[in-house]
Ligand binder design. Structure first.
Ligand code: ZN
Length: 76
């Protein structure tokens, strides 16, 4: 299961409070301070190809789509 949808498990466990408690104690992904899982695209939620430069926090695909609206000029 990917890091983006682990909350779906909690939806299934809503009717089983004891199992949910056990899940949260042992299987909940820990809150990261660094690393790839910390850097998520603000527009689409992708983890790969993240752009931190100029505090953009977008993936390369989203940047390609909205770069001209943001004021970037393509020279080639
Ligand atoms: Zn994106």
């Amino acid at each position: 299961m990917t890091a983006s949808d682990w909350n779906k498990i909690l939806k299934q466990l809503r009717t089983k409070p004891e199992k949910m408690k056990k899940f949260l104690k042992h299987n909940k992904p820990k809150i990261r301070s660094t690393g790839v899982a910390k850097q998520k695209c603000q527009r689409c939620g992708r983890f790969g190809a993240h752009l931190n430069q100029y505090n953009i926090h977008l993936c390369r695909q989203c940047f390609r789509e909205i770069a001209e609206e943001m004021g970037f000029i393509k020279y080639s």
